[in-house]
Design a protein around this ligand. Structure first.
Ligand code: ADP
Ligand code: MG
Length: 572
């Protein structure tokens, strides 16, 4: 029998190891970009053909390598980044296992061209891990690596690869993530000889511009800056939440990672401002000391665990809240009344009648500014009439009641009409299928273009059966069928855009959610800027002003039936 015990050949070992590190073309791109970042590059260029299966080239202007180093870099466990296992805990580089180059080389045809500053370059041609040619060449400082015919010698792996299109998409995702992880590095991405983006070296402050290119204007439009010890970035306002986590970009110590604790903490900070199945969007960079991290050393897994989850969660909770609803300086007269019993000098709050749901530690009480709500009753906010923006023209003392869903619906309506040229839609994880009667289907069919222009991606997949795979962000998944039904009835009207906005706003109004004081105050401030702050799009009132004299009148003497006698009885 042939199954005698024997040592595997070096090449087979490398191919097996390669399987762990290199799953697909996107992992090649990731590893090579990270090497460029580690080498201190200021510019990294990524070029691909056919989803990377045919050709990948990554060039950087980093430190480069000497000819000896270049030869060594292809060996497994060759790394310049750690000396021993202890170094793992103070890691500042992206790579450290010394496996990527060896792995990629083992399963492709590779060209490595590299040079140190003002030094001759070396070119190495490698096939299936074997160097078949090595010689001098010329190039400026830096490294470029070409990877051709990936998986050509591991057909079993090749069989399980996705299509070129899917692979391209995955590579785009990787380049996007790494470009967001390393603002200081310039990134150029070329696909099928077409430049997809060319981002100059930037900075933390300007990362938002980069995000606008990579994730879209709409994405950055709704972001609020977040900045605190160890965390910086942006979180999206609740109205721009999504059905899935696709809008969440998290970087811990500059690595794109998935960290359930962080994801949970951020979601938690939104509280009831988000519906149960909604996910906030965010772009967050955290610096967490290595001793607080369980860096998973499995090469592909990007999941990170936190050791002191509670602390990080608490910090994030505060940071997200502050970002969404910034504390503002207390107006002067109020300061005089604030008792000094609060230890933290810049945190203090007027007395709140009712802060709902969560127990908020004292220093975290929201600081409410010019609009100083008295409190919340269900979905109504009541505010001292002398403290509401003058826009609402409430003259004289009294109380103003705001109907918050009506307010939100008004704000959403104006936003929809204003942004209607820029269609936005949000992909559904699981597309919806809806079936209609023949007549309704007939109606729908003729209006696909209009629906698309609203951000609703709909197509017919069978007789009167429609598939919807993307919807406008303002809409929740379970509301789609209701809105569509309403729209079918309205399709004959002329001003469809307006009708569409109305349908959505009706849903917003109907949503049963609870509010927080800080969020409510922000809504009111935004309302003060609205074109018509007094009505929801359906014409109902958003606010109701109760004058002090009306309140007093309600307490006017009524004829009292009770006698002195019954009063005595009650006392006894
Ligand atoms: P690791 O990054 O884990 O150390 P790699 O296999 O990715 O392992 O790279 C091996 C070594 O080759 C690195 O430690 C580094 O010294 C060198 N190297 C790889 N890519 C580059 C590059 N683009 N520029 C400079 N040196 C590089
Ligand atoms: Mg590496």
């Amino acid at each position: 029998m042939g199954n005698r015990i024997h040592l595997l050949s070096e090449q087979t070992i490398n191919q097996i190891a390669a399987g762990e590190v290199i799953e697909n073309p996107a992992s090649v791109v990731k590893e090579l970009i990270e090497n460029g970042v580690d080498a201190g590059a200021t510019h990294i260029r990524v070029e691909i053909l056919s989803g990377g299966f045919q050709w990948i080239k990554i060039s950087d202007d980093g430190s480069g390598m000497s000819p000896d180093e270049a030869v060594l870099s292809l060996q497994r466990h060759a790394t310049s980044k750690i000396q021993n296992a202890d170094d793992l805990f103070s890691l500042t580089t992206m790579g450290f296992r010394g496996e990527a180059l060896a792995s990629i080389a083992a399963i492709s045809k590779m060209t490595l061209l590299t040079a140190l500053e003002r030094a001759p370059a070396i070119r190495l041609e490698i096939e299936g891990g074997k160097t078949i040619e090595a010689g001098p060449d010329a190039r400026a400082r830096g490294t470029s690596i070409e990877v051709r015919s990936l998986f050509y010698n591991v057909p079993a792996r090749k069989k399980f690869q996705k299509s070129a299109a899917a692979s391209s998409a995955e590579i785009t995702k990787v380049v996007t993530q790494l470009a967001l992880a390393h603002p200081e590095v310039g990134f150029e991405f070329v696909q099928q000889n077409q430049v997809q983006f060319n981002l100059p070296p930037s900075s933390r402050e300007l990362l938002k511009n980069r995000a606008a290119v990579l994730l879209g204007e709409e994405y950055v439009h709704s972001l609020h800056a977040l900045e605190m010890n160890g965390a910086w970035g942006w979180v999206g306002d609740p109205l721009h939440s999504r059905h899935n986590r696709s809008g969440q970009y998290l970087f811990i110590n500059s690595r794109p990672v998935f960290c359930p604790a962080v994801s949970f903490a951020v979601r938690d900070a939104y509280g009831t401002r988000l519906g149960a199945d909604r996910h906030p969007i965010y772009l967050l960079h955290l610096s967490i000391p290595p001793e607080f991290l369980d860096v998973n050393v499995h090469p592909q897994k990007r999941e990170v665990r936190l050791r002191e989850e509670r602390i990080v969660k608490q910090l994030l909770h505060t940071a997200v809240n502050d970002a969404l609803f910034p504390r503002e300086p207390l107006p002067a007269p109020m300061l005089a009344n604030v008792s000094l019993s609060f230890t933290a000098p810049d945190f203090s709050a007027p007395l709140l009648l009712q802060e709902e749901q969560e127990e908020t530690p004292l220093q975290e009480l929201p600081l409410i500014m010019e609009i100083e709500p008295i409190g919340l009753y269900r979905h109504y906010l009541f505010v001292d009439a002398e403290r509401v923006p003058s826009r609402f023209s409430c003259e004289g003392p009294g109380v103003v009641w705001f109907d918050l869903p009506a307010v939100e619906s008004r704000l959403q309506f104006e936003r929809l009409l204003k942004n209607s040229q820029k269609v936005q839609s949000q992909g559904l994880l699981i597309p919806l299928t809806l079936s209609y009667s023949r007549a309704e289907a007939e109606q729908l069919r003729g209006h696909f273009e209009i629906f698309h222009s609203f951000g609703l991606q709909i197509r017919e997949i069978g007789q009167s059966v429609f598939l919807i795979d993307a919807i406008p962000p303002a809409l929740e998944e379970q509301e789609v069928s209701i809105v569509l039904e309403e729209m079918i009835r309205e399709l004959k009207t002329t001003d469809l855009k307006r009708k569409w906005a109305l349908c959505i706003c009706r849903r917003v109004r109907a949503r049963k959610k609870s509010y927080h004081l800080r969020e409510a105050s922000h809504l009111i401030k935004e309302l003060a800027q609205a074109e018509d702050p007094w009505h929801c799009p359906q014409g109902k009132k958003t606010l109701f002003y109760l004058r002090e004299e009306d309140i007093e009148n309600s307490f006017q003497k009524q004829p009292i039936k009770a006698t002195a006698d019954s009063f005595e009885k009650a006392k006894a």
